[in-house]
Write a new protein. Sequence first.
Length: 268
Amino acid sequence: MGSQSRSGSLKPLLKNFLKGWFTWVGGTSPLCNILNPNYLHSRCLNREIRTLPSLFQKSDSILDVGCGIQPYRTLFTRNQIRYMGMDFIPNFHSRGGTEAPNFMGDAHAIPLKSDAFNGILLTEILEHIQDPKKVLQEAFRVVRSDGLVMVSIPFMFYEHQDPVDYRRFTPLGLESCLNQTGQEFETLKVKKMGGPGTVMMQTLQKLTYWKLQSNPLGVLFHYSIGLILLPIFSLLLNLAGIALDAIYGSEVSYSGIFMVFKKLKQAF
């Protein structure tokens, strides 16, 4: 009886260790390293996010809508920009967050007053929400005149249910959606992130991990020899992706877009 009890208590520990191994080795998206299968797209997104503090003054305020584990909080706060996060998940710490969001709420009806922030950050959430036009309307409502709405969204990117995945946008598609809100705006930046290397190599890694998890032998490999081989596999494909992106660029084949819009005063 005692040995069975010890065996039963060891299994969850072993399971958590095996799952946590890849997080320890490769990091957590979007702040992951080159051993992570999501590195290529995250690398491009993080490069754009790191440019944002230069667009604001000290003591300006930023609201990160759909902030998740708030990976960009310290980027803004160390530049003396007031950062606030909002998400809709009550049990936030179960997602690995070190600090709960400042606000809980639905992006379709942000529970904050109008003209409250100098900038609104919407990273990788418009694909997961039902009504992107309504979310964009809310973002422009809570940002001040001449404030910035900063948006990233995948394009040629695998389906990822978090918990649902509805759509993709090109730059023209996102501007068209924003035009339907009736808000006057100026497009300050359009960046196509991740070229064909990112698209191909990241998709190949996702398919590989999915296939391994779809049968018992694959799972056995994943959590045995794969503990060493899979990070090396990701390293090689990520290096190949970077090289292909450098050769071909990202004008027609890209993994996502990053755009910055300035809210203009409405004419009355």
